[in-house]
Design a protein around this ligand. Structure first.
Ligand SMILES: *Cc1c(COP(=O)(O)O)cnc(C)c1O
Length: 376
């Protein structure tokens, strides 16, 4: 939590719930990552926090952008990002959206299936394409497994096919899973991808790029290794398996750039017990799963919480949102303790919520407005 955010809350007293993003922290995170991985070209994963100010600040810093839809591409273009700095990284695209992106100058596309490759050949002739390889995502708090990527054997076949279709068979990508805490996963992934580079060279397809995806962490409740350790693990893997013949390297950070830069303010709406001898209090907030905290699904991401009464005695709580949906419980199994003197009307802070919050908030479920963002 930065002083700047503290001051903003104290002076502006914004209505809750809201997210405040400190753009200077995003800048610092970007510079840090760029310094630690100087060989990598950074494509910010826009979905993590698509606020215009966030995209604009990163654009000025020289970032490129990983986008998933026509909307994200248009957002970047409107803000002045050159099409050469945009990757259409979703493996699931409508052909007319591919054509639209191509017409606007985008030349870098992801795929993980034959049918998608055929769409690309038809709607983005000659474009650079990269195939996403399936990963297990074990060790990740927010896995992106199963839905994306294809087996290495299929990736090899598809890259040969890409060239036959007149596309530029540019490289391979993977994502080890978001909020990845097992550094070994990059070793496993880079090894697999380097093997495919060698295999494809034998088939006269010379790949030039490896896209290492995201997975770098934000700081939630559990400790995570410093970014330096991640950078070392990644570069060690790349040099181990590629030696001197280093390919172009792309990374697509989302969470690690935006996560720590944001704080959500929320209000305690109700504190209740479900029975006379129940110790656990239910604490209902004015924010829940549908207004930005979707990553509490399966209690996957465990945010740190600050209250104005921290320091005194605490007791166990269940934390829940305000909507009329019983799925709208944030933490029930995870051990959360809050001050015993917490009161209805108290304003609390949910830390490191700059990524995957506003972009996950519903437009108006139960009449609750989408999560407001202030970029400062
Ligand atoms: C979501 C996403 C990212 C960002 O991942 P983080 O773990 O938040 O850094 C990167 N690449 C792709 C393709 C994604 O879908």
């Amino acid at each position: 939590m930065t002083e700047k955010i503290d001051r903003f809350f104290a002076e502006r007293r914004p209505m809750t719930p809201c997210l405040v993003v400190d753009l200077d922290v995003i800048e610092e995170n970007y510079r840090n990552l760029a310094r630690l991985l100087p060989l990598a070209r950074v494509f910010y994963a826009v979905k993590a926090n698509p606020a215009r100010d966030v995209v604009e600040r990163l654009m000025r810093l020289g970032s490129s952008f990983d986008t998933a839809s026509r909307g994200e591409i248009d957002l970047c273009l409107e803000l002045g990002v050159e099409p050469a700095r945009i990757s259409f990284g979703n493996t699931i695209k409508k052909q007319r959206d591919i054509a639209d992106a191509y017409a606007k100058g985008v030349r870098l596309f992801a795929f993980d299936s034959e049918a998608e490759l055929e769409k690309l050949a038809a709607a983005a002739p000659g474009a650079k394409v990269f195939c996403r390889v399936l990963m297990t995502c074990s060790g990740a708090d927010w896995p992106l497994s199963r839905k994306f990527g294809c087996s290495p054997e299929m990736a090899a076949h598809l890259m040969v096919r890409a060239r036959a279709l007149g596309l530029d068979a540019y490289g391979l990508s993977f994502h080890v899973g978001s909020q990845q805490t097992d550094l070994e996963q990059w070793d496993v992934a880079v090894k697999s991808v380097a093997g495919l580079f060698a295999l494809l060279r034998e088939r006269d397809v010379d790949l030039r790029m490896v896209n290492l995806g995201g997975g770098f962490p934000a700081r939630y409740r559990a400790d995570v290794p410093p970014l330096e350790t991640y950078a070392q693990a990644v570069m060690a893997a790349v040099t181990r398996y590629f030696g001197n013949a280093l390919p172009e390297i792309i990374i697509e950070p989302g969470r690690s750039l935006a996560g720590d830069a944001g704080v959500i303010r929320a209000e305690v709406v109700l504190i209740a017990r479900k029975g006379f001898d129940e110790e656990k209090r239910w604490v209902y907030l004015d924010i829940g799963k549908f207004s930005g905290l979707a990553e509490t699904m399966d209690e996957s991401i465990k945010y740190r919480i600050r209250t104005p009464r921290d320091g005194g005695a605490t007791g166990p709580v269940v934390l829940a949102g305000p909507t009329c949906d019983s799925a709208d419980i944030l933490y029930e199994k995870t051990d959360y303790h809050l001050p015993l003197d917490l009161e209805v009307g108290d304003v609390i802070e949910i830390l490191a919520t700059g990524a995957y919050t506003t972009s996950y908030s519903s437009v108006g479920f139960n009449g609750f407005p989408p999560l407001a963002t202030y970029c400062i």
